[in-house]
Design a protein around this ligand. Structure first.
Ligand SMILES: Nc1ncnc2c1ncn2[C@@H]1O[C@H](COP(=O)(O)OP(=O)(O)O)[C@@H](O)[C@H]1O
Ligand SMILES: [Mg+2]
Length: 388
């Protein structure tokens, strides 16, 4: 609405008919062009209007759905939600960013964020509701995949560690069996048992070697600029950062290359960004910097990631690198920082954190130092990991 319209409205206390008509068609155009589904219903739950985005998201045309019950869109096991929603609307309450599941015409389940507001008639009585539904399926899927990746990486690492630890005693057992078989006091039958035992142990040993081999293959070091890697991670999180109202500030000194296991450092930075997003549910700032450090620029790269999130209290700060320590209940795994520290240490670097929960100035800063001389150069050439 223009300045002009507003002043007219104020002076007359009422819209002139011509302005009212203009305002109406303007509102209708806004509703139609919205990316979010905008739906209205009466208090019996009968759908009374349906915009273009609603057609796109749910797959029903407005001819098909207007006049039908809103329950058409609610999965069977969630139909009780509607009673609660209606009760709250009758009390004049508004429901904001309610994350739930609805069902499309095709039967596909949709993850939606709903904002539902009561609609009143001229006398102020609640007569229905308007509902704005945002499709968050992609975001949900993204979050699910992230937790999954974190688990896979942790499991892979655990498997490799176990495989490595198992291999040494296994070799000893194979040798002992070999010696036992050669012993002249062993009779034929025992010799046969020992031969079978040797065969089975060879199988276990093969599984262990393969597991280790797989892990090594996915961890071959490459030469790569740290800031480009950070940009890749920030791009992956771009939509989520924007959605969460977080402004990203980059301060990169000219590209610092490093021999690195790219998968591990990607996971490291992803963990830090994901944690920062979780810590800023109301938006904020994420400052990322990369700079050379040390007397000579050859020494290493310093990466800093600072958020203006909730901060971490002093008691908890000691615990955050422990495996399975999380304050996020079902949403967290508590292995992100534990893994992050391992990745940094595998690159012979260090990670430190400072945090403040001060109301005036809260936030968390992670500082990571990654030396150029991290011993991975030889591995990169040999393509093998010297962890025997
Ligand atoms: N940037 C941050 N701001 C506030 N708290 C954080 C931040 N990073 C980590 N934390 C705290 O450390 C805990 C452990 O983090 P992490 O190991 O990544 O596990 P998860 O994210 O699965 O909880 C988090 O649950 C949170 O309490
Ligand atoms: Mg985490």
């Amino acid at each position: 609405m223009t300045q002009d319209n507003e002043s007219k409205e104020k002076s007359s206390g009422q819209l002139l008919p011509v302005d009212a008509a203009r305002a109406n068609s303007l509102l209708a155009a806004i509703v139609e062009s919205s990316d979010d589904a905008i739906i209205s219903k009466d208090l019996d739950g009968t759908i009374t209007s349906w915009n273009a985005a609603a057609e796109r998201i749910f797959g029903f045309s407005s001819e098909e759905i207007v006049g039908k019950s809103i329950l058409t869109l609610i999965p069977e096991d969630l139909q009780d939600e509607e009673k609660t929603i209606i009760a709250r609307l009758r009390r004049g309450e508004r429901i904001e960013h309610f994350e739930t599941t609805r069902v499309a015409k095709s039967g596909k389940l949709l993850s939606l964020s709903l904002t539902i507001s009561p609609v009143r008639d001229a006398s102020g009585t609640v007569v229905g509701a308007s509902k704005i539904a945002r499709d968050i399926s992609e975001r949900k899927e993204f979050e699910r995949r992230l937790v999954e990746t974190e688990k896979i990486v942790a499991t892979g690492r655990m498997a490799a560690t176990i495989a490595h630890e198992i291999n040494n005693p296994l070799e000893a057992v194979v040798n002992l069996i070999y010696l036992a078989r050669l012993s002249p006091t062993v009779n034929e039958q025992v010799r046969e048992y020992l031969r079978l035992a040797e065969q089975e142990i060879e199988r276990v040993s093969l599984i262990a070697r393969q597991t280790l081999g797989y892990f090594r293959e996915t961890a071959v070091p490459v030469d790569f600029p740290v800031s480009v890697l950070l940009d890749e991670v920030l791009t992956v999180y771009g939509a989520k950062l924007a959605y969460s109202g977080i402004d990203v500030h980059r301060d990169y000194q000219p590209a610092q290359r490093l021999t690195m296991r790219k998968g591990e450092l990607t996971q490291l930075f992803s963990n830090l960004v994901a944690n920062a997003i979780d810590a800023m549910p109301l938006g904020g700032d994420l400052s990322v910097s990369v700079a050379p450090e040390g007397q000579s620029p050859e020494d290493g790269v310093r990466v800093q990631m600072a958020d203006t999130g909730t901060g971490i209290s002093e008691e908890l700060l000691e615990k955050i690198f422990e495996p399975f320590f999380t304050t996020k209940e079902q949403r967290g795994t508590g292995i992100g920082l534990w893994l992050s520290r391992q990745f940094v240490e595998d690159h012979r670097g260090s990670i430190a954190v400072t945090s403040s929960t001060d109301v005036e100035d809260h936030g968390t800063t992670f500082r990571i130092f990654l030396p150029y001389a991290n011993g991975l150069m030889q591995d990169a050439v040999a393509g093998e990991r010297g962890n025997a």
